[in-house]
Ligand binder design. Sequence first.
Ligand SMILES: Cc1cc2nc3c(=O)[nH]c(=O)nc-3n(C[C@H](O)[C@H](O)[C@H](O)COP(=O)(O)OP(=O)(O)OC[C@H]3O[C@@H](n4cnc5c(N)ncnc54)[C@H](O)[C@@H]3O)c2cc1C
Length: 420
Amino acid sequence: MTAHPPADTPPRVDVAVIGAGPAGLAAAVRARWVKGHGAVPFRVAVFDPAPPGGLAGWKSNMLTGPAWRLDDEVPGRLLADCVEWRIPVVREAVESVRAEAEGTFAILTSAGRSVRADAVVLAAGLRRLCDERDAFGSRVSVAFQGADRFPALLAKAARAARAAGGPLALVGHGGSRALAPLVARAAAEAEVEVVWVLEDGDPGQPGARVARGRLEAVGSGEDGGLRVRGEDGGEARIPAGHVFIDYYAFEARPSRWLRWEPDPSRLPSGHVRVDREGATDVPGLFAAGDCTGPYYAIARALGDGVTAGLSAWRHVFRGRFGREGSLFAYRPGGGDLANEAAWVPEVPGDFVVDPLLEPRTCARVLDARALPGARLLAAPRWAAAWVAAAGIPAPDLWRAVFEARAATVRPVGPGEEDRW
Ligand SMILES: Cc1cc2nc3c(=O)[nH]c(=O)nc-3n(C[C@H](O)[C@H](O)[C@H](O)COP(=O)(O)OP(=O)(O)OC[C@H]3O[C@@H](n4cnc5c(N)ncnc54)[C@H](O)[C@@H]3O)c2cc1C
């Protein structure tokens, strides 16, 4: 088995997840790895331009208190499930999401890829990350650990910039104005220039050097500096000795570069508004983690992710089978306890069968359930063809396929009619 999750996705998925931080990866695993009688596994894909793990991959973290410290355990464990269950983590940013009349979402990525999804989980955190992780603690530092520490953090960052022979780059948005007096003091003491890289607004200081746009690469510092993308799509290179990211500003108001149609309802701070099931006011759109507001903590992001992932699963199941699905003990559904077969949804013969595992693994797990794995995978990908190839009653076939989490079933999509 490869140590990395797949990096490519088919153009049609059941659940698309925006962001591969703890919230997004937890959501992805829960929508894919469901359990219970007839709990159909769904096809999931995750999108993130940055290395998976989000902020939880930056350094060791504390889960609930000093006795519970984690190194790279959170991203590592979540990614192990993405590898095992073939959940793609695509290294592209989502640029826009549009709700379509058919109840699906049209997603466009930074690489120009179009993907259609029945449900979307937004887990984009406070801002889009790039390659900062490897430089965190050396060339990159952040305003995060509490405002009382900011003067000392900024003084250290300014000295580091001076030693590296380049300006101190302050990354934030209009809310970073609050930091401006402290930045000015630290820069004056270290005798270093400041360049502001702001998504919007200005630092409120006459004569301040401002580059407008979103940080896209920190780079090594030897190749001409930071790469900054303007809202018009243009790219600028900004020389920098040290980079200081103003998370204090992003915590108060998250970045808003993703285009939505329609825009989900937000809190006055700009965070996405969700109910306790992780649902936004756009049907089929769920959100989890830091992008929904404080408290900013990994434990909460994981819990939110689980909630949004299971809610996205229910949404897709209801749309596909016209009834509530049963999620084992996570949310028991009212089913006929005396008739187990009735828990398995009825699969129309013209539904498409989408294997979710690599062919060899898929055949093996089907064989292990006493199904003719190779024969099923060689059959046309219609539900009726699979029933014929299996030679057993449809409910028995689907129950075994779903329990093995080997394949999912769905209606044929536009333009796919002649595919199989
Ligand atoms: C320095 C630091 C230390 C911390 N220490 C702790 C700690 O000790 N304990 C603790 O509990 N919490 C800690 N936190 C907070 C914790 O890391 C976050 O609350 C948690 O990571 C939030 O998870 P998330 O998945 O919501 O967001 P994130 O971890 O921010 O992940 C969001 C992901 O979404 C991606 N994304 C954004 N926009 C797009 C887009 N348009 N398309 C695709 N992908 C996108 C981002 O690139 C990112 O990878 C710390 C945070 C920082 C910055």
